[in-house]
Each structure stands twice: as C-alpha cells, then as structure tokens.
Ligand binder design. Structure first.
Ligand code: ADP
Ligand code: ZN
Ligand code: ZN
Length: 735
C-alpha cells in the first residue's frame, strides 16, 4: 500500500455536535477501525465534543494541520439510515450539519459506562454473625422465593424492610450478604403483547388489519383519518403490537405527550407497561438511559415529542404520528423542521411504514392521500363513526351583531342560556378562548397610549391573577400601574378585550354559585398539574371550564356537553397561509370535546362574521368540502402543498445593519422562471426580543429546488456582524 492511501485511510470526516457546518477532517488515532456511523469524541476549539464519523475524508487537507480523534466511543454505530437522515435533514432545512448532529447526540453522558449499583444476595450463612432485628428483616426479604436467586438492589431492600443503608454495609462486611455490581441503567420492563383489549368495530378492524399487514413490508405512509372518538388510537396500537412482535422498535410522536395522561394510561392498559417517554420534561438521568437503550435496540416503544425523531433507533420498524395536523410538530428554533414531514423521511430511509393519524388531517396529508384527485402517495384509511354511538356535536353560530353581549361583557345571551341549561342538568360546559391572562391590551383613556413591551412590537398582556403585565413574545414582565407613563394621567388605564381570566370574572358575576376552573399554561403549568386538573373535571368537581388551546386537546370529559367558543374569529385575522386551515382544525377539535359519551353535545361559536367560509363549513359538517376549497385556493396561488415556500428572516439589534443587509438582498435577487421573491420587508413583528427584524418570502413551483437557489444566493451575501439570518423552509409562522 502506498503512503498516500494509508494516510487517506486514517483521515476521517467527522460531523461534530456543535452549531457549525462540516464534516471536518480528523486523524483517526484511536478510531482507526471506525466506519460511517461510529461515535467519537474530538477536540473542537478548546473543548472536546461528541461527533459522528461520516466516512473517510477526501484527504485534501495537509495532514500536519489535522487534529486527532480523542476517544472512540464504546457503543454501537449509528445505523446507516440514521446517518443518512442527519444529512438529509440538514440539506432540506439548510441548517448546519452540526446542528442536526447536536439533536442526535443530545445525551453525550450516555457515551460513558453507565454507573454501577450494588445488588445484594444472601451469602452462605457464616459461622458467626450477630442477627439483629434489622438484619433478620433483610435476610427474610432476600430469602423470599422471587429474590432467592437474583437478590435485589439496595433501594428495593430498603424500601421493603425499612432498614438503613448502613445495615446493608455491615451485613456485607460480616459476610451475610454477597454483592455484585450491576449497571444502574436497568432496562424498563418491555411491552407485553396478547393482552386482552377492546373488541374493534368493523371500521376499526379493517383499518387495523391493513396497518398490521404493512409491518415489515417496506416504506409506505397511511393516513388514518377518523373523527374524534372513532378509536384511532386502538387501531394504531394493533400495528404497534405487530411491530413489537416482530422484534422491532416503534416510535410514536404526539404533539403534547407531557399533557397526555389519558393516552399514557391507555398505552399501559394495552401493553401492560408504561411507554418510554421522550420530551423536555424527562429528567437528564432518564434521558441518558433511554438514549442508550434506544441505540442498543433494547428499548422497544418510545413515545415522544418531535425531538424523539432524532433518537438513535437501531431497528426501527414503525413510526406513528398522532394528531399529525398539529402545528406543534413544527420546530421554530435552531433547526427549523416539520417533524411530521421528517418522520415520513425517516420512514423512507428505514424502509418502514409510517402512520399519520388525525381527525382533521393537514391539507398536505390530505392531498398526498390522493383526496384531491392528484397523485396518490399515501394510502387512506377512514373511521367515519364514533365508537360509542355518540353523535358528533351539533354546531351553531351565535351572530354577535344580532345578539351581542352587554357592554364590557363577552358572553352573548344565547350562550349564557345554554350554559344555564347545562348547569341545571348537572352537565359541564367549556368556554374556549385562546387568550391567556386578563386582557390582551391596556391603554390610557386620556391619551390613547397603548402599553407595549420595551423589547418587542407587542402589547403587554394583563395577568391579574399573577398581578403582572407580561409580554407573550419575550416574557418581559412589569408591575401594573394606574398611571399613564406618556401623559401622566392617573387612574385612566383601561383593560381592553378579554382573556380567560376576564371571562372567569364574568362567569362569577353571572353564576355566583358555580364551580369554574381556568385551564391555561398560567394556571396549569406542569404535566402533573394538568393530570390533576383533568381528573377533577372527570370527577365532576368543576361545572365550567374556561380554557385556552390547552383545553382543546384530546381530553375526554364524559359529562361535558356544551362548548362555547367565545371568539371564533380570533384565528382568522392576518394573512397567514394556514389561518383558515388552523382555525378549522382548532374549532373542530374544541367542538369535539362536547358530548363524547351518551349525552349529545353542542358547540356554539360566537362570531362577527357568520358568513365566513371556515365557519360555514364547520356548521355544515362538511369537512371534506372545506379541504377541497382550501386545496383549490392554494393550488390557484401556487402555495404549499402545490408549490414551495421558504422564508428568510434577518434580525439585528442594530437597525442600520439590518437595512444594509436588506439592501444587499434586494440588489442581488436572483431571477428565475417559476420563482417569485417577496421582500425583504420589515416583518409584521418588526422588533422582537430586542432585535429588529425583516423577512422575505420565496415562492417557487414544485419542480424548483428552492434550497439550491437559496444556497447560491445567500451564500454570496456578506452579513455584517451581529446580523443573523435564518432560513425557514415551508414556513408556518409569518410573523
Ligand atoms: P380517537 O383517538 O379517534 O379520538 P380513541 O382511540 O381515543 O379515539 O377512542 C375513544 C374512546 O373509545 C377511548 O376511550 C377508547 O378506549 C374507546 N374505544 C376505542 N375503540 C373501542 C372499541 N372498539 N370498543 C370500545 N371502546 C373503544
Ligand atoms: Zn395617557
Ligand atoms: Zn416582549
């Protein structure tokens, strides 16, 4: 072998876990035997960082300049589809490779040996040892048949016998106990199959049979479209079971797993064990363990938020994306990606089935399922009926121009009457308003000055329960004051418009006797609190729930028969591409909270625009018609999913530098057929978290490689220091 091939062999291309591009070349050193997917630690800047070997380096850098891999990590390699996934996500989102690697190698603590724990077992009895009461307790416990062979960990012994750790230590010293060091990372019990479960109805059975048959049969996507309460979860559980039986791993994405206690309970009932969870509320120690179990192929089902997509699955066999239409699947920071879309990509690379489930499918999935008569890329399964014979709620409009509420109140007479009827019948009502706090705007009646955030172009929201004014964009807080800072008037500050707290005030005024409860992230801040809240509603301790979007999510409240949407027009304002779709989904979802069991439910939508097509389709109950109209409008405008869209956001604390960059962008606009560029222009929120912002939008026909255009254009732009540029492929936010 020549000198040069030898040296080429020993230089590796390594993607480093840091928000930088790459991969970078390193001398293999201890990673001599490494191949694509191997995990390493490398020196980077002044630190040592985790990295992934992407392959052999091209070898065009002088060896003398290269640094050497520090550690070859003693773990299985990342499987090939995962490494490919990292490259593809980076290429699609245009995020630096290292940023994507950082999401995958999120638990570098998992690289080391797991900590060890002592496992105690009975020793052959020594000739002489004093047996105290506590020692006898330990001996009795460890002598029980289920522990006689395997023994138990200190924690288990202490919990069962009540002795202290020091007793165990002394028993070990005098030879009463044998000790073995075991990994602290005990594998959680694996899901069981063949447990008893509900008998599926015919629609469910048909869908479940179809999904089960896809396991092990390569890549395909199924859209499972079923009205709320139609039993979708039970259906995809069948596929999950089939995949587990085949010895595969399963990933289930839920938009708000932390809040989904009911879902977890159902999983446990179905599979005999709780699922392995992955989201931001999971503690680091647990994450470290789970990450390793996933890589080693020992964890079988993971349920998680979007970040779970980047776990190092070694034998993934099925991906389920539940509530696939949820916008929570779009990550808006760092690597800006849509988890549902990336789940489909991951399925494709792993050659496995993907199930997308929803009661209100996204337009994208609807179109992909061939429902608009265009190319059918997904299979389509439908569950048209509710399981428990429950009717879908009837939906009515309350025209606020005809029957307005009194001045300074927000509930119109028909809604008040309906609540009253429910109270008399001992049934529950939900008042839905997607606005946290007391009032969205506070202004001075004397001079008209609005209270705004010093860091953002936004109003300060009154939070009376907390006694604070808060900016919902940056979190800035101030004390409420009755004096106007602009004109000095006293006692002229007025709260305008309602938030959920203000509705609570009205409910208390109208129905002094009722038990109401607020459900928003301010009042119910943790998963545990949410669980308690939901249980108290189920137990009938609440008559009226006043809630934000948190109340719209999949909760199942058997005695809730009325949903009042206080402001059905709220989501429709603004020119957002998906405003109509999002409003439709949100309103159907919140209406679906009503009448989930035997009693029929009713939803009432308060609006100033009863003619709005979104509301009209909701009332008619013709969801498909809505999707068709929406699809037609998007098609005509060449908008996603029929065209491509990307936005570029530039921001800087310095206005002049922002304008310089905007000028640079304007003067270098590329000119292509089938591509339109709008802007740059000052963003709708022109000042956010202390930074001035501008944005531009690129629309292109489906045939155009929009990433390619952006890369060549923006690659030439010289950004002044402290100007930041962010690319958002297929944006959901237009602020
Ligand atoms: P979806 O996800 O479509 O809203 P779920 O899967 O949550 O519906 O099911 C709604 C409720 O009906 C759940 O309590 C579930 O346990 C129950 N359920 C589902 N399928 C059946 C069935 N075939 N027989 C009895 N109960 C069922
Ligand atoms: Zn004033
Ligand atoms: Zn702010």
């Amino acid at each position: 072998m020549t000198e040069s091939t030898l040296s080429q062999k020993s230089v590796l291309a390594i993607a480093v876990s840091a928000p930088v591009g790459g991969p970078y070349d390193y001398l293999a050193g201890p990673a001599m035997g490494a191949t694509r997917g191997s995990l390493v630690m490398v020196p980077f800047g002044g630190r040592q960082l985790p990295g992934i070997v992407m392959g052999k380096a091209k070898g065009d850098l002088p060896m003398a300049k290269l640094r050497t891999v520090a550690v070859m990590v003693n773990l299985p390699r990342l499987p090939a589809p995962m490494v490919q996934f990292i490259e593809r996500v980076s290429a699609w989102t245009m995020a630096p490779l290292g940023s994507v690697v950082k999401m995958v190698l999120s638990q570098p603590a998992a690289f080391g040996c797991p900590p060890k724990l002592k496992r105690y077992r009975l020793a052959p009895p020594p000739d002489e040892a004093r047996l105290t009461v506590s020692r006898q307790l330990v001996l009795d416990y460890l002598g029980e048949p289920e522990r006689r062979d395997g023994g138990d960990l200190a924690a288990g012994i202490i919990a069962a016998s009540g002795v202290s750790q020091s007793v165990l230590g002394r028993m070990e010293a005098v030879g009463l106990l044998q000790v073995e060091l075991v990994s602290a990372d005990l594998l959680p019990p694996l899901p069981k199959h063949n447990l008893a479960h509900v008998v599926l109805n015919d629609d469910q059975q048909h869908a479940a049979d179809h999904l089960r048959a896809t396991i092990g049969q390569g890549f395909r996507v199924n859209l499972l479209d079923g009205v709320t309460g139609s039993g979708k979860t039970e259906v995809y559980f069948e596929a999950v079971e089939a995949s587990i039986k085949a010895g595969q791993q399963v990933l289930i994405l839920l938009p708000e797993i932390a809040l989904s206690a009911a879902w977890r309970a159902r999983f446990s009932a179905r599979f005999g064990v709780p699922p392995l969870e992955w989201h931001s509320d999971i503690l680091p120690g647990q994450k470290r363990k789970s990450w390793r179990f996933v890589l080693e192929g020992r964890a079988s089902v993971v349920v998680g938020a979007r970040s779970a997509l980047f776990l190092p699955f070694s034998k993934l066999g099925l991906i389920v994306v539940d509530e696939e239409h949820e916008h929570a699947f779009k990550q808006e920071e760092q690597v800006i990606y849509q988890a549902r879309d990336m789940a489909v990509l991951l399925g494709q690379l792993n050659k496995i089935p993907v199930v997308l489930a929803s009661a209100t499918p996204s337009l994208e999935s609807w179109v992909n399922a061939g429902k608009t008569g265009m190319l059918q890329r997904y299979e389509y399964l439908s569950l048209p009926k509710r399981v428990h014979d429950a009717e879908l709620p009837s939906i009515q409009i309350i025209n606020l121009r005809e029957t307005p509420p009194e001045r300074g109140r927000w509930l119109a007479p028909p809604l008040v009457n309906a609540i009253d009827l429910r109270l008399k019948a001992g049934e529950q009502s939900l008042l839905y308003l997607n606005r946290r706090g007391y009032a969205p705007l506070t202004l001075c009646a004397a001079c008209g000055t609005k209270l705004t955030c010093p860091n953002c172009d936004s109003w300060m929201v009154a939070h009376r329960l907390a006694g604070r004014m808060r900016c919902h964009h940056c979190g800035h807080e101030s004390r409420p004051s009755n004096n106007c800072k602009a004109c000095g008037s006293k006692d002229q500050m007025q709260a305008c418009g309602p938030g959920v707290e203000r509705l609570a005030e009205e409910v208390l005024w109208r129905f002094p006797e009722v038990r109401f409860a607020l459900l928003s992230s301010d009042t119910v801040g943790t998963p545990k609190a949410a669980e308690t809240f939901i249980q108290s509603v189920i137990d009938g301790e609440v008559d009226i729930i006043i809630g934000t979007q948190m109340a719209a999510k999949g909760h199942h409240f058997p005695n809730l028969t009325l949903v009042g949407v206080v402001d059905a027009d709220l989501g429709l304002a603004g020119g957002d591409l998906r405003a109509a779709e999002r409003t439709f989904q949100m309103l159907s979802q919140v209406a679906g909270r009503a009448g989930r069991e035997s009693r029929p439910g009713e939803a009432m939508l308060q609006t100033l625009e009863p003619q709005n097509p979104v509301l009209a389709s909701l009332i008619s109950g013709d969801r498909d018609l809505f999707l068709e109209q929406e699809a037609a409008a998007r098609l005509a405008a060449g908008m996603p999913p029929f065209g491509r869209l990307a936005s570029v956001i530039i921001s800087s604390p310095y206005e002049d530098r922002l304008h310089d960059t905007m000028r640079q962008l304007s003067s270098t606009h590329p000119n292509f057929d089938l591509v339109q560029i709008l802007g740059p222009a000052i963003a709708p929120i022109g000042f956010l978290r202390g930074k001035h912002r501008a944005r531009l939008l690129i629309r292109a026909d489906k045939s155009v490689n929009i990433q390619y255009i952006l890369e060549h254009w923006l690659g030439e732009i010289k950004l002044p220091s402290s100007v930041r540029m962010q690319i958002d492929i297929d944006p959901y936010s237009f602020l």
